[in-house]
Design a binder for this molecule. Structure first.
Ligand SMILES: [Zn+2]
Length: 67
């Protein structure tokens, strides 16, 4: 992961909104922008939107990270 830190200024594509953003978090090998991260945190698990997020996150090989 050190190579990621060295390239912090380099924009990465968010796994959820699929837009290149300069800021965000790394979840294993995937990048989630700060906007989507906030959105995800604020979304209730009963909200249909939450399932949408989970489907996106399924691309990442990390089962049940947010459950
Ligand atoms: Zn995003």
């Amino acid at each position: 992961m050190n190579s990621f830190l060295a390239q912090r200024h380099f924009e990465e594509t968010c796994v959820i909104c699929e837009i290149q953003k300069p800021k965000g978090i790394h979840l294993y090998t995937s990048f989630i922008c700060t906007d989507c991260e906030k959105d995800l945190i604020q979304t209730n698990t009963s909200d249909p939107k939450y399932k949408y997020f989970l489907q996106k996150l399924k691309k990442i090989n990390t089962p049940e990270i947010f459950s």
